[in-house]
Design a protein around this ligand. Structure first.
Ligand code: GDG
Length: 439
């Protein structure tokens, strides 16, 4: 069956006059499945162009969305209503009826373009919170095989109730045959929402919508294990150069998109608390925080950016040898070289659907992540050092403990960590989901 993927971002980039496949994140996960079956990727087209770009086995179908609509659909409804609410940040939650209208229009445009490409018989795979209404629209138009993967957390019922359109959202998703989440907790909460909002009959593994059964299950995503293992030797020289730049210091790394969910200021405060409480380490460690700009058109992110840059500068002034902040998008290999150079990674989101950084770090380095309990990944990554990112004192103590871990314990944790990360390969994730959907 032909595969039609619906996702906000397109998996290509322009190189001179041509396009090439950009194998980051989701695209890397789905590309093998698309190559094997032949497929179409329906995505938001920059510049309002309605275009169809054919690259060997992949066709990208761009859905044109005007700038005004992007402001409502993407910057508005997706990133100021759904994203903050589903990550339990009620203080950043905003609603506007106009945003919801734009969101509906864009979802309909995605569904229409997808149906033009796939007809009734394709296998449709819808991704994430930008497109929650598309599954029901595809179903109404006659599509018969529809999967959804939800990449962010699903919130508890009282929180979902804050969203005026909660019922429409749940109904939209229930147009699918299979709905995937990262963890069983999110699955359970979604089932509860279906019961509460629609009065639907719910079992342990799905929802009855009339006579149709919608399966709901956990499909934890992973990373490209072989690709990251292969990267180790490629970035080894650069990693050695990074280590050499901080002689006599043990390196800690943090790497995130700039987002309030990622807990970057909280992490820096925890690190400062660590240096105050355990001053003997101030001469012997350095923490490199790498922050990539993100969603700069959304007001909450602009506020966060100035707050973070102020805190980072103050910390650099206070601890010039022990703290470095880089605010830039790094190349993939530069990022991985920093991972390889570091003995510990601070992966401390306040809330995260899964979190891929901890897994990438585990494969490329010899070290251990200090991982937030509130990342979906905490459930799967055995051996990681779990922390509460809201508690600077706890973070400080966890760092001191990590730095004095015995070699035996470090090795035992590394072995557990590697086994769990290797068990979550992203290729298997995509194949597993598609098999469950079509099988
Ligand atoms: C969503 C969910 C879920 C970071 N800085 C740079 C850079 N990165 C890369 C990392 C990693 C990716 O970005 C971030 O992935 P995460 O999983 O950590 O977070 P989200 O972007 O929020 O992703 C999340 C994921 O979807 C998958 O379902 O795990 O919970 O929120 O790959 O390495 N990459 C480059 N330069 C940087 O400066 N090249």
């Amino acid at each position: 069956m032909k595969l039609v993927v619906l996702a906000n971002r397109e998996p290509i980039r322009r190189v001179g006059e041509r396009y090439e496949v950009a194998l980051g994140g989701l695209a890397a996960a789905l590309y093998p499945a698309i190559r094997a079956r032949g497929g179409v990727w329906v995505a938001w087209g920059p510049g309002g162009l309605d275009e169809r770009i054919a690259l060997s086995r992949l066709v990208v179908r761009r859905v044109p969305i005007s700038e005004r609509r992007v402001a409502g659909y993407y910057q508005g409804y997706a990133n100021q209503a759904l994203w903050p609410l589903f990550h339990l940040f009620l203080k950043h939650f905003r609603v506007k009826r106009g945003w919801w209208r734009d969101y509906r229009v864009v979802n309909a445009a995605f569904a229409e373009a997808a149906l033009e490409e796939g007809g009734r018989d394709a296998l449709y795979w819808v991704h994430d919170y930008h497109l929650s209404l598309a599954p029901a629209l595809l179903r109404e138009a006659g599509a018969r095989c529809i999967g959804v993967f939800w990449h962010i957390p699903w919130p508890p019922r009282e929180v979902l109730a804050v969203l005026p359109e909660a019922e429409a959202l749940v109904r939209g998703l229930l147009g699918a045959d299979l709905i995937g989440f990262h963890t069983p907790d999110y699955v359970e909460r979604f089932l509860e929402a279906a019961r509460a909002w629609l009065g639907a009959r719910v079992t342990e593994d799905g929802v009855w919508v009339g006579r149709r059964f919608v399966r709901v299950a956990a499909f934890p995503i992973g990373v490209d294990v072989a690709g990251l293992e292969a990267a180790r030797s490629r970035v080894a020289d650069r990693a050695a150069a990074i280590r050499a730049a901080y002689p006599g210091r043990r390196i800690l790394v943090g790497a995130d998109r700039l987002d309030y969910t990622k807990g970057i200021p909280e992490r820096i405060r925890g690190y400062r608390r660590f240096l105050e409480k355990y001053p003997e380490w101030a001469e012997r460690v350095v923490f490199l925080q790498l922050t990539a700009p993100s969603r700069e058109a959304v007001p909450a992110y602009r506020g966060l950016k100035s707050q973070l840059l102020r805190l980072a500068r103050a910390t650099e002034r206070r601890y010039p040898e022990a703290f470095v902040h880089r605010y830039a998008v790094l190349s993939r290999d530069e990022l991985l070289a920093h991972f390889a150079a570091a003995e510990f990674a601070l992966v401390t989101p306040l809330r995260d659907g899964m979190n891929l950084v901890a897994m990438e770090y585990a494969l490329v380095s010899e070290g251990l992540p200090l991982l937030s309990r509130f990342a979906g990944a905490a459930r799967y990554l055995k051996g990681a050092l779990l922390v509460n990112p809201y508690d600077p004192e706890g973070l400080a103590d966890a760092l001191a403990e990590a730095l004095t871990l015995s070699e035996t314990e470090r090795k035992a944790r590394r072995a557990e960590l590697l086994a769990s990360v290797k068990g979550l390969d992203v290729g298997n994730w995509a194949e597993g989901f598609l098999e469950a959907l079509s099988g």
